[in-house]
Design a protein around this ligand. Structure first.
Ligand code: B12
Ligand code: SF4
Length: 472
């Protein structure tokens, strides 16, 4: 049996002029690994704005991995233009499909959508005759007599060490071994995913309240040892949600990997670190922590339900500096309620803590599908979201880099908000200049995705309530 797995590559839009790639798709790589382990041949196809059409006729099954809503238009175009055997099983999964299985099923015209963790689901689907209803496979959505039906949810695996390591060998080496990522050095590195899920409720993030799963230190060590032997990595970056959720897990990982002498970077919330933990991270090779700071305004942090305080931000940045680890700060400007005062509070905080900060990434707020903000758009005064009046069917607008879309407030409010954003942007650029002055949306992948959308005619969005019927 041969399976094609399809994922969209997007460029790192913060560094688009260098044509810098984002890092590899872990969903697809984990699925490919489990299938290969069971003797199935897998080929990975990468969607790019100029490569959306493939010949899949030799494959028994095609799986679309719709990892983010922003790329849904690319999948639509691929589905319409590619050649697919009528006997192939067409499947979809990924974050967007998990959020909107019925919409994905009908718009993408696939046989079945996997909802949730996919490793066991995809295996069961491939062993299931396409002609029979998928009632006996948990965690899927499919059409039955013209209605979309969902089967009972797939139980999430607790012990994720059982999954084989991502099948990176199916990609070109340059797609996962990178030399331009470790803070201005050319250390060969790759990305690894030590866990899945996040228990926090941040209202702008689609990872909120997902089931947390950890890999053990020993399992991560084996992956790193393999990556060093096979590809010569000397560093790695942690991918996923916030790394420091369970301190016990982080201590376990640090103690397991310290002697590998790898340089590495990770992500954290500000409220999860203390001096002892930072010391353990440093001793295990950690050289940079990327903090979700988001704002210097307590009012905005509270509105976001960030569950972190401005004092905790100060503490984390100072202690990280003391531990000789660099800090990168992520900011989100423009959550409903943001104004000049809150913008100034963020600038003041950056001013005060600036000597502890090595890099800053500034984003404008986008109500990403799957977030509290998206799901409560009306009460927050947000317009243009899926399922609400004014929804135009264009998923391409849910990207987060250089996104100047007007989401909430009047035109005058938005003008003010935009002015405040540029004020903060100017401060950040003056202190942590990016390689390029990034002021406009680049005319590359997102623009092409939007035109792909226009050509696809994907505006007929069925109402979820018309489609869902739960069977159990
Ligand atoms: C790592 C990551 C990235 C990486 C890698 C992306 C990738 N394609 O894997 C990078 C940095 C490149 C990235 C980029 C972007 N990302 Co991102 N990313 C993540 C993150 C942190 C983890 C994703 C992940 O690897 N999970 C682990 C894997 C194992 O799980 P998975 O992908 O869901 O796959 C499992 C199942 O879904 C299922 N499955 C997947 N595919 C299929 C297919 C079939 C057929 C079946 C049956 C099952 C199945 O099985 C898999 C294994 O269990 C998530 C947050 C999160 N918690 O999900 C955000 C997240 C997915 N990203 C997000 C966004 C917005 C983006 C960008 C649009 C940002 C931008 N540039 O504007 C781009 C889009 C890139 C793209 N190509 O899709 C949002 C998406 C929200 C939304 N509704 O759109 C998330 C949820 C983060 C957030 N802040 O809310 N991202
Ligand atoms: S922003 Fe970080 S802490 Fe908040 S829900 Fe998302 S991943 Fe979790």
């Amino acid at each position: 049996m041969k399976v094609a797995l399809v994922y969209p590559e997007v460029l790192d839009m913060a560094r688009y002029r260098e044509m810098r790639r984002e890092f590899p798709p872990f969903g697809v790589l984990y699925l490919a690994a489990i299938l290969e382990e069971r003797g199935i041949g897998v080929q990975i196809f990468t969607l790019k704005p100029d490569a959306l059409q493939f010949d899949f006729r030799e494959f028994d099954a095609v799986g679309f991995s719709v990892s983010a809503s922003a790329t849904f238009n690319m999948f639509m175009e691929c589905r319409q233009r590619s050649q697919i055997s009528p006997d192939s099983l067409l499947m979809a999964g990924g974050v967007h499909a998990n959020l909107y299985p019925e919409q994905t099923l009908t718009d993408l015209r696939v046989d079945v959508v996997g909802v949730g963790e996919g490793e066991d689901t995809i295996w069961e689907l491939l062993n299931h005759p396409k002609s029979k209803p998928f009632n006996d496979v948990n965690g899927v959505c499919f059409l039955s007599n013209g209605n979309a039906v969902r089967t009972p949810p797939r139980q999430t695996t607790r012990y994720i060490d059982r999954f084989p390591f991502p099948a990176r060998h199916l990609l070109n080496r340059a797609d996962f071994i990178m030399t331009d990522r470790m803070s201005d050095t050319d250390v060969p590195m790759t990305h690894i995913m030590p866990g899945r899920g996040c228990p926090f409720p941040c209202r702008y993030c689609a990872s909120a309240q997902t089931k947390v799963q950890y890999r053990t230190g020993a399992n991560i060590r084996s992956e790193l040892v393999h990556l060093a032997a096979a590809y010569g990595i000397r560093g790695f970056a942690v991918v996923g949600n916030d790394f420091i959720l369970s301190k016990a897990n982080v201590y376990d990982i640090c103690s397991q990997i310290a002697d590998l002498n790898l340089r590495w970077a990770t992500l954290s919330r500000v409220d999860r670190v203390d001096s002892e933990l930072l010391c353990a991270l440093y001793n295990a090779g950690c050289y940079e922590i990327e903090y979700g700071v988001e704002s210097g305004s307590q009012r905005v942090l509270d509105a976001m339900d960030k569950r972190a305080s401005v004092d905790q931000i100060r503490f984390a940045l100072k202690e990280t500096h003391k531990a000789q680890i660099k800090s990168k700060v992520f900011l989100v400007h423009g959550y409903p309620g943001e104004d000049e005062k809150s913008t100034d509070e963020t600038i003041r905080l950056l001013d005060e803590t600036g000597s502890f900060i090595h890099r800053v990434s500034l984003f404008r707020f986008v109500p990403l599908p799957g977030t509290f903000a998206h799901n409560n758009a009306r009460s927050l005064g947000i317009r243009g979201t899926y399922g609400e009046d004014g929804w135009d069917g264009d998923w391409g607008k849910f990207h987060i880099h250089h996104n100047h879309h007007h989401w909430w407030g009047t035109a005058a409010d938005f003008d003010k908000l935009t002015k405040h954003y540029w004020k903060l942007h100017a401060y950040v650029e003056s202190r942590w200049p990016s390689k390029y002055g990034l002021t406009e949306l680049p005319q590359d992948s997102w623009a092409s995705q939007s035109s792909a959308f226009a050509r696809s005619g994907a505006r007929q969005v069925p109402k979820q309530s018309q489609l869902v019927r739960l069977i159990g």
